[in-house]
Design a protein around this ligand. Structure first.
Ligand code: NAD
Length: 499
């Protein structure tokens, strides 16, 4: 039998107080996991009786030293571990609420710092974190139970502790906020080494989130940020002995560094999503969807359409449909000319984007070759060969190469080659189920979108939840709170079964 002692009594009293204060007893049914809206509590009173502020000014997650950041996050995680699931959910909702309420302002600040992408898309991107990223409600549905002659077994998903996070310049604060909601929902704290070119907005966002969490719950530093991040500080974080798990979102360099660390790493690496349009497709819908996906935030998304392979019989009608839907058609010669300016082709290795043009507006790209297109034009496109740098590079700018394929099979072969085995995203426009099955198997990507824009694969227009970290490299896929947990099993042998 359990012996009562002072600590046990204190813990019990704290739990009861938390339940009363949160207004949500632990027996309330969990919200179903799928696309749960953020139930937000507003106008709340502080409930930080336990683990409350010590009198020292809060750091709000702002650190220059990796060691100090990890130590502070560890203390925050220990405080979080003493709180109820209901409070954890409220903490996630505080972050989500800020992402929704301050979306426009935060999006504007992100653009002012990074100067990449399409400004009107920054706010909606920020708000996505508040709307479709999974929190505690997802985590709570994943508990398993077994009851039988040999007693009771309970399977749970526990926290790791402090998780190291690296975020890309393309979505600095959205990625940090998304990772924070999921990581905290799973009971962890995090230390983020943001991209140096998005460090101010990452630090500002973390400050806002931490301040709101501190005011309401008295826990400081759940979300720590290295305010002057470098490759060295990222590697120091990866190697830190109190970091058991790493989550990186970025290109091949950071993925390689994380995997070299000797730690378990969730790697949301690069993509180069190909689109195949076969002869059976609804061509007008294909053109509209491709423009929608490829132009979101000027093609900064890792899952956005990057090159198109079209079956010969519908090639001309597809090109005409793209023009009709508002994209500006370039000639093969203009594609070559623009490619020489916007892409870099090293003597060895893959072609890649010239950073100067990543996320630029279509009209700015057009200017580079003396072409005047109105600012309302969102996409340039034009014919290339399959081995062209426009096809091979992850360009992250609104200019799409289109390749004519003799057959559907050839289109899929070329798409597979262009995807480089990243296993990220592929898109098909077709009415033939056999083609869908064949391409799905051949591509073997994390996301395989049919007859819609690429973004439908990540909660925008298709079913399902979303994340800013699609862990294609290491196989976790679209991250959820479960991605940041350890599996644990609790077994009572030959007892406790009450039926
Ligand atoms: P990037 O690789 O240049 O930088 C990403 C992050 O990694 C930055 O914080 C950077 O400072 C850090 N970094 C880079 N090299 C490193 C190294 N050797 N050691 C430690 N840290 C290192 O990428 P970016 O330009 O910021 O973002 C665009 C890339 O991210 C694209 O390749 C895109 O596909 C990818 N991305 C993937 C996802 C996904 O969910 N799979 C989401 C967004 C972006």
């Amino acid at each position: 039998m359990t012996q009562l002692n002072d600590q046990l009594v204190r813990d019990m009293v704290e739990k009861v107080l938390q339940t009363i204060q949160s207004g949500w007893g632990s027996r309330q049914a969990p919200t179903p996991g799928k696309s749960a809206p953020p139930p937000v509590t507003v106008g709340y009173a502080p409930v930080h009786a336990a683990g409350a502020a010590t009198g020292a000014a809060p750091r709000l997650g702002q650190f220059t030293s990796v060691d100090e950041a990890v130590a502070a996050a560890q203390a925050a995680q220990a405080a979080l571990a003493r709180r109820s699931l209901a409070q954890r959910e409220e903490i996630c909702n505080v972050i989500r609420r800020i992402c929704i309420d301050q979306a426009e302002e935060l999006g504007r600040m992100e653009y002012e710092e990074t100067r990449i992408g399409h400004p009107p898309h920054k706010g909606p991107k920020m708000a996505t974190v508040g709307k479709v990223v999974q929190g505690v409600e997802w985590y709570r549905t994943q508990t398993g139970c077994f009851s039988g002659d040999h007693g009771i077994t309970l399977e749970e998903h526990g926290p790791w502790g402090v998780i190291a996070v690296v975020t890309p310049v393309t979505h600095s604060l959205p990625t940090l906020a998304c990772n924070a909601v999921q990581i905290i929902a799973a009971g962890n704290a995090l230390v983020c080494n943001p991209h140096p070119s998005g460090k101010k907005i990452a630090a500002h966002g973390a400050k806002l989130f931490n301040q709101a969490i501190y005011d309401r719950f008295g826990i400081d530093n759940l979300i720590c940020v290295i305010t002057d991040p470098t490759i060295e500080s990222a590697n120091a974080l990866f190697r830190h002995r109190d970091i058991p798990l790493i989550c990186v979102t970025g290109g091949p360099g950071v993925v390689a560094a994380a995997l070299k660390s000797g730690k378990r790493a969730v790697c949301a690496g690069p993509g180069n999503p190909p689109v195949v349009v076969d002869a059976s497709a609804d061509i007008d819908n294909a053109a509209r969807c491709i423009i929608e996906g490829a132009t979101f935030d000027n093609n900064l998304l890792c899952l956005s359409e990057k090159e198109v392979f079209v079956e010969a019989p519908v090639y001309e009608s597809f090109m005409a449909a793209m023009e009709k839907a508002g994209a500006v058609r370039l000639t093969a010669q203009q594609m070559n000319e623009l490619g020489r300016i916007c892409l870099e082709v090293p003597p060895e290795g893959h072609a890649h984007a010239n950073k100067k043009f990543v996320g630029a507006e279509a009209c700015v790209l057009a200017q580079q070759i003396g072409l005047s297109v109105p600012p309302s034009c969102r996409l340039l496109f034009g014919p290339t060969t399959a081995d062209h740098p426009w096809v091979q590079a992850e360009q992250m700018m609104p200019c799409l190469p289109v390749v004519k394929a003799d057959t559907f099979e050839q289109a899929v072969d070329m798409a597979k080659q262009a995807e480089h085995g990243f296993g990220h995203t592929a898109v098909l426009h077709s009415r033939l189920v056999d083609h869908m099955t064949a391409m799905g198997k051949a591509m073997n990507t994390t996301l395989f979108v049919k007859n819609g824009p690429s973004v439908a694969g990540n909660g925008a227009g298709g079913e399902g939840y979303a994340s800013f970290s699609i862990a294609c490299t290491t196989g976790e896929g679209i991250t959820t709170p479960l991605t940041f947990t350890r599996f644990r099993r609790c077994i009572m042998v030959d007892n406790l079964r009450i039926v």
